[in-house]
Ligand binder design. Structure first.
Ligand code: AHG
Ligand code: MN
Ligand code: MN
Length: 337
């Protein structure tokens, strides 16, 4: 079988389809290399003493795990010196990270969730890295304001899943491709091209322990699925919740499904649980590029104009027809009240 490495794939995308520049190609290669570094650190686990808490909180008031901090540092260090970036922003840092003066600057903005699913690190369950790339508006200082662009403007988005295999899932806006880390070669190899999410599904993902806090449209939607064959849907549904968004989204990319982290009365003050800029937007871009849909219950996630770097947002994404159904429940409730 002909093996296409990530490098070759990117060169061909640039040369034949002209969908990326050399700088963007470099950026993706550097992020992929950083993900390899993170994968190695995670794989060592207790052998290298990388498990457990770092003893600090991040800007969101969440306890940082050692691997949250290590992954953030790996991504920062890898991306500082290549000359491809104007600035970076991360879940783990309050403010954007400028490129040090001693290095040349580029035209792109990189956002990341260095380690997604941190509650799963210490129990040896899949975690991941999520990233998003925007263009820095010309002549603009790459401060927080420069990052506040709607998701439709993303040039590239991706995630790595550190599971039984390490995968890199990537979109450049012309479909979604999956690369598997060949640990002997030390490189990512294309293993799935132009992935498509089935439009219909019988599988849903939601943290059901929040059920009593949900709003009526989500309650109704989930209740109808739970009623199975005997309810209005006339069929049984299955439920899965890994609690690492990357792993849940990757399952949906692989076999369909719907993922929901809706607004609820517990998180209403902060606008939801997941972060728009480095969780919802990149995942929404990937899911849409694979033929799925992503909304906040009312509007397309990619159309939301961000107000803050660490803004949170309700997320409903996955198989198109199911996302449309639960989104319609929200819209109908709004017009009825
Ligand atoms: P992070 O580890 O980057 O803070 O993100 C965790 C997120 C997401 O990965 C997952 O879907 C969700 O939190 C899980 O939330 P619950 O613990 O409430 O199930
Ligand atoms: Mn996360
Ligand atoms: Mn994280």
């Amino acid at each position: 079988m002909r093996k296409i490495s990530l490098s070759r794939f990117l060169i061909e995308e640039q040369r034949e389809k002209n969908v990326i520049s050399s700088e963007l190609r470099l950026l993706i290669e550097v992020v992929a290399r950083a993900c390899k570094g993170i994968s190695i650190a995670i794989g060592k686990g207790g052998l290298a003493g990388v498990l457990g808490s770092a003893g600090s909180d991040n800007i969101q008031g969440e306890v940082q795990k050692k691997l949250d901090v290590i992954s953030n540092e790996i991504l920062l260090e890898a991306n500082e010196w290549g000359g491809h970036l104007a600035a970076m922003a991360s879940e783990e840092m309050e403010l954007p990270h400028p490129i040090p003066n001693r290095y040349p600057k580029g035209e792109y903005l990189l956002l990341f969730d260095p380690l997604d699913g941190s509650s799963n690190i210490d129990v040896n369950v899949s975690v991941g890295t999520i990233f998003s790339v925007l263009q820095c508006p010309e002549g603009v200082t790459p401060d927080e304001q420069a990052f506040l662009q709607p998701g439709v403007r993303q040039l590239c988005a991706g995630y790595a899943v550190y599971g039984p295999t390490t995968l890199l899932v990537l979109t450049l806006g012309d479909g979604v491709n999956v690369f598997t880390l060949d640990r002997e070669l030390g490189s990512f190899v294309l293993t799935q091209e132009n992935v498509r999410i089935p439009e219909d599904t019988r599988e849903f993902a939601i943290n059901a322990s929040n059920a009593r806090y949900w709003e009526a449209p989500v309650k109704r939607y989930v209740d109808e699925m739970l009623a199975g064959k005997d309810g209005p849907r006339g069929q049984d549904f299955n439920m899965r919740w890994v609690a690492s968004m990357v792993a849940d989204v990757h399952r949906i990319l692989s076999r369909g499904g719907i993922f929901m982290y809706p607004i609820d009365s517990k998180t209403v003050a902060q606008g939801g649980k997941l972060r728009l800029m480095y969780e919802a937007n990149p995942m929404a871009f990937i899911v849409e590029q694979a033929g799925g849909a992503a909304t906040n219950g009312h509007e397309r996630i990619l159309d939301i104009q961000p107000q803050r770097l660490h803004q949170r947002v309700p997320v409903i994404l996955g198989s198109k027809n199911e996302v449309a159904r639960v989104t319609a429940f929200h819209t109908n409730t709004a017009s009825a009240s």
